[in-house]
Design a protein around this ligand. Sequence first.
Ligand SMILES: NC(=O)C1=CN([C@@H]2O[C@H](COP(=O)(O)OP(=O)(O)OC[C@H]3O[C@@H](n4cnc5c(N)ncnc54)[C@H](O)[C@@H]3O)[C@@H](O)[C@H]2O)C=CC1
Ligand SMILES: N[C@@H](CC=O)C(=O)O
Length: 384
Amino acid sequence: MIVSIAIALPRSPLRVAPVRAAVAPLVVNIGVVGPGKVGSAFLTQLRLAAPRLLRECNLQLSLRAVSDSRHMWLDCDDDALNGRLHGAQIWRPAELDEFAAYVAGREGEVAVLADCTASDIVANHYAGWLAAGIHVVTPNKRAASGPLDRWHKIARASDASGARLHYEGTVGAGLPVVQTLRDLIDTGDELLAVEGMLSGTLAWLFNRFDGSVPFSALVREAHAMGYTEPDPRDDLSGMDVARKLVILAREAGVALSLDDVNVRSLIPAELAEGSRDDFMANLGAMDAPMAALLADARAAGGVLRHVARLDGRHASVGVQVMGTDHAFAHSRLTDNVVRFATRRYCDNALVVQGPGAGPEVTAAAVFTDLLRVAGAMGVKRCAC
Ligand SMILES: NC(=O)C1=CN([C@@H]2O[C@H](COP(=O)(O)OP(=O)(O)OC[C@H]3O[C@@H](n4cnc5c(N)ncnc54)[C@H](O)[C@@H]3O)[C@@H](O)[C@H]2O)C=CC1
Ligand SMILES: N[C@@H](CC=O)C(=O)O
C-alpha cells in the first residue's frame, strides 16, 4: 500500500533561489533621461519597488543619474557623496554621452538608460550606447518608428554588444502589445493585419466629447492628465498613432516608414505650424470643426473613433464614424484596442485592450523592460 502524504508547505512569496541568495546581488545602474511625467512616475516606482526587489529577487537597482534637456544630476542616490557636498547633488550642463559613460562606469555591473523623452536627439545616441554595452529601455517612439537606416544601425549595435533595447511602452503604454506581437512572430505565426485604437488621448477625447464642453477644453484636460504627447499636436495630427503602426509593422518584419502611412490629421492648417505654446493658446480654433464632425457622426447614427489599420504594407490612421454596435464604440476612458489578425488567430483576432495612456501605466512598461534586462542576466522573476 502506498500512502501519499501531502505536506502543506507555507508558500513563501520570496523568490530568491537559495543559491542566488548566497551570492552578491546583481547591481543594475540606472540613468533616467527625461524626468517629465513618465520619467517622474518611473523614478517613484523605482524608489518604492527597489527594497522588495533586493529582498526577494537579489536585484539591486541603483539610480545613478538623471538628465533633462539642460542639466544632469549625477550620483542621485549616493548619500555619502551628497553628504560631502552639504546635501547638494552634483549637477552640470547636460551632455548625454558623458552621462551614459558615468552610469556605465562600474566594472562588472549592468547599466540601463531609461529614455523617457520624446526626443530624436536622445534616440540618436542609442546605437552608441548599445555598442558600449549599455541597455536602453524607453517609451519614446522616435527610434523604433524613425529613419530605417538609424533603426538598422541600432539593431546592429545591439547584435554586436548583446546590450538590448526594449520599448514595450511605445505602443499601448503599459499594455502587452509589442511583446505579444514579438512572441507570435518568434513562435512562427504570421501577422496578416492589425486594426485598432492606438491613441489613449484620442480615445479619451472621443469618449468625453459630447458637445457639452468645447473640444479645446478637453484637449487641455487630457494634456494636464499626462495622456498627450509633450506637444499634443502629435496626438491630434495622428502622427503619434502612425508611429505606433510603424513600430508594429517593423516588429512583424515589414520595413514600413512614416511616409508610407496615410494619416488624416484633425489639426486645422493654421495651427499646424508654430510653437506648442502658440498652438495651446489658439486651441479654440479646433472647436467649430470638431463640433461639425460630431454633428455629422450623430446624424449618421454613429460615434467618432480614431482608428489605425495595417494590412500588408497598407497603413492608415484617422477619425471615422463607427456604428454604436461596433466593439470600438464601447471602449472606455483611454482604452486602446489592438486586434491582431494572424495566421493562427484568423477566425477570431487576438485582442489586447485596456488603458493606453498615462504616466503611471507607461512608467510601469519602462520598469518592466528594465526587469526584462535583469531577467536575462539571471535574476529570477517567476514564483516557482
Ligand atoms: N504620457 C503617456 O501616456 C505616454 C507617453 N509615452 C512616451 O513617453 C515619453 C515621455 O512622455 P511624457 O513624460 O508625457 O513627456 P514630458 O514632456 O512630461 O517629459 C519629457 C521630458 O523629456 C525631457 N527632454 C526633452 N528633450 C530632452 C533631451 N534632449 N535630453 C534630455 N531630456 C529631454 C524634458 O525636459 C522632459 O523632462 C514620450 O516619448 C511619450 O511618447 C508613451 C506612452 C504613453
Ligand atoms: N499620447 C499618447 C501616449 C501614449 O503613447 C496617447 O495618447 O496614446
